[in-house]
Design a protein around this ligand. Structure first.
Ligand code: ADP
Ligand code: MG
Length: 256
């Protein structure tokens, strides 16, 4: 039975999409069955998995509006080794369209239930907001992976996310927990990053993942080839870090 994880942080550019596609590819490489769900209308995780967002017949939008099932809408990302539930600009409209529907926050959860037995992991790439889309992701999830950069305002930025997760936990999804904070684009030579990293560990303790993802240009180049870095250049420093992260996630899941 798949465990479902949202990759979320309302800040843009912190590495959510990079984390989602590389973790998906890393997990697939070590033998896990993965569904990668793009919940951002920008569709970067879709394109970054080699799936053309403009030409998919069905997407996560149709699943949210219940005009298609996950089984109908998913496509295989052949080179990546996982399945993709794609997103494109259409999804931006879903926000408004589902507001007045019943069970509006639980639509993704119900949709995932129909395929949950076919996967070990369902990973959801959230948009950079705490919107109805993200809320659907959080209601469906067992846990949240929070990628972040170790910068000056990083801790402050986490407060809103942590509060939202607490509220969802209390009111909508008692399963939900922060699985961990992932230090992204880390450069240990930068003193400030070390300091913020130490603060994070002081504040969140064991919730900070052991794995650190370094700044690595190969991870940034890979999307233009429609591939996660882990597939594009498996021996790159960043790719090796994501394989280690996949292994850490498998271990964490075993204790859940
Ligand atoms: P988000 O989804 O949170 O907006 P992205 O995953 O799109 O963030 O990352 C933002 C930018 O940073 C992208 O251009 C991406 O290629 C780049 N990037 C992400 N992680 C790394 C990394 N570890 N090293 C170098 N560049 C990275
Ligand atoms: Mg993104």
């Amino acid at each position: 039975m798949a465990k479902i994880f949202c990759v979320a942080n309302q800040k843009g550019g912190v590495g959510k999409t990079t984390t989602t596609v590389n973790l998906a590819a890393g997990l697939a490489k070590i033998g896990q069955r993965v569904l990668m769900v793009d919940l951002d209308p920008q569709g970067n995780a879709t394109m970054g998995s080699g799936v053309d967002k403009r030409s998919v017949a069905l997407s996560v939008y149709d699943v949210l509006l219940e005009s298609a099932t996950v089984a109908e809408a998913r496509v295989r990302a052949d080179k990546c080794g996982y399945d993709v539930l794609a997103a494109n600009r259409e999804l931006a409209g879903a926000e408004i369209e589902i507001v007045n529907l019943d069970r509006r926050e639980k639509r993704l959860k119900q949709a995932f239930a129909t395929v949950q037995s076919e996967y070990d992991f369902i990973l959801v790439d959230c948009p950079p907001s705490l919107s109805m889309l993200t809320l659907n992701g959080l209601c469906a999830a067992n846990g949240v992976i929070v990628p972040m950069q170790c910068e000056y305002f990083a801790l402050e930025g986490l407060t809103d996310l942590v509060n939202t997760i607490k509220q969802v936990h209390a009111n909508l999804n008692p399963d939900l927990q922060i699985i961990g904070l992932l230090r992204m684009m880390f450069d240990p030579r930068i003193t400030l990053q070390q300091q913020v990293s130490d603060q994070l560990k002081g504040h969140f303790g064991g919730k900070v993942f052991d794995t650190v993802i370094p700044r690595n240009v190969r991870l940034a180049e890979a999307p233009s080839y429609g591939l996660p870095g882990v597939i594009f250049d498996p021996s790159a420093k960043g790719s090796l870090a994501f394989i280690a992260f996949a292994q850490e996630m498998v271990k964490r899941v075993a204790t859940m």
